[in-house]
Design a protein. Sequence first.
Length: 107
Amino acid sequence: MKNLDESTKYERAKKRIEDIKGFYTHLSIYLVINVLMILAALGLFTGTFIPIQFPVWSYFTTPFFWGIAIFIHWLYVFKSHYNPFKDWEERKIKQFMEEDENDMKNF
């Protein structure tokens, strides 16, 4: 039984590493492709470089929506390590426990 637990832990850890590697690969591809797309849209590769005088939405739609996908991927991979509400929940639980304790003393 112990070997099964150890092998299960190993497989879960291995999957976690693969997920993290997949996220960083996705992020790297996102950065490279989108920088190249924006530079191409500005005309840097054709020799007709056009400086952006105001934001042009069409230059940023792909990076924007792909960025949302990157964020969702990040949440999936790192959800167990990042929980902004965890501390809040613990503080609220302690607060309610203290309030209940005070109510019982005053009753």
